[in-house]
Design a protein around this ligand. Sequence first.
Ligand code: UDP
Length: 366
Amino acid sequence: MKYDYLVVGAGLYGAVFAHEAKKAGKTCLVIDKRNHIAGNIYCENVDGINVHRYGAHIFHTSNKEVWEYINQFAEFNHYINSPVAVYKDELYNLPFNMNTFSRMWGVKTPAEAKAKIEEQRAELGITEPKNLEEQALSLAGRDVYEKLIKGYTEKQWGRPCTELPAFIIKRLPFRFMYDNNYFNDRYQGIPMGGYTKIVEKMLEGIPVQLETDYFDFIKENPEIAEKTLFTGMIDEFYGYKLGTLEYRTVRFETEKLDMENYQGNAVVNYTDREVPYTRIIEHKHFEFGKQPVTVISREYSSEWKPGIEPYYPINDEKNNGLFAEYRKLADKEEKVIFGGRLGNYKYYDMDKVIEAALELVKTELA
Ligand code: UDP
């Protein structure tokens, strides 16, 4: 065996593990089928603007250990995510807060907003929310649900809100304060210089082989490492033998525009169904860019098919059940570990990815 570990996937999960393994005196080879490292947090520099090529990534966490961990690799700026939502010709602040309620109903105080929501909730008679629709309705009432949640969610997930798990909407804060911070976390920001540099630093001194497909590579190099950390799709690893897990994919239409400021905000969500994209990202605003030009990406969501990039696992009952079956196979593996968003089939934020990788480090490298 040439290495202790073969790490499949040079994304955040694999990079954290490889970095810690090297520190613990282990040898790793990292392979990735793409032509670059950093997985979906990869940024591409266009005229001095870090373009988030696989979708906007905003780092936020309440875990001090994770925050200190990531800060070894980069300094973070003071960006606070405050998206706005466009619904037809109306514009609202997100997440759902007093600014949103005030614009929606003309209310001024939390008591007035609560009364309005209560009135709408009472009409619906939901006691225990069973799905995303009921959860959203009971949190925010019918108006907010219909204007800001329903269309966006059905575009993003391609399923009716009644068939989606409630936890998806619970990701977002819902508060009776005039506070447009999209997250409740203690720490937040964008790494100065972009995310790719973080992963570059993590992988310093570790051999990385790009444009290398695991399934071909392992046929030719079956004896390459004692153990494999596989961060790709767990169902693909098993040749889809129990069935295919479903994923959502995102397509980006990225454009460079000859103007300084296109939309005045990094993230603008389009919450009505008629607009085909879910949001427009203006990348420079993540880093307070002053370039004379700007780069925007329109985001289109669709069902994943083999051959394209999977993004979001669909953590509904059906898919979680199938994943549990794959997990049983995985538990029997002595030489293969599964990790990351695709290996664990989990809708992970970056901080949770790091947390999970550090957990593995504790058990695997102890
Ligand atoms: N969501 C919504 N309206 C919005 C933004 C988000 O209804 O304007 C819902 C939608 O269901 C989405 C979920 O909230 O899937 C989580 O949004 P988040 O911004 O956390 O998604 P991500 O950034 O991970 O794509």
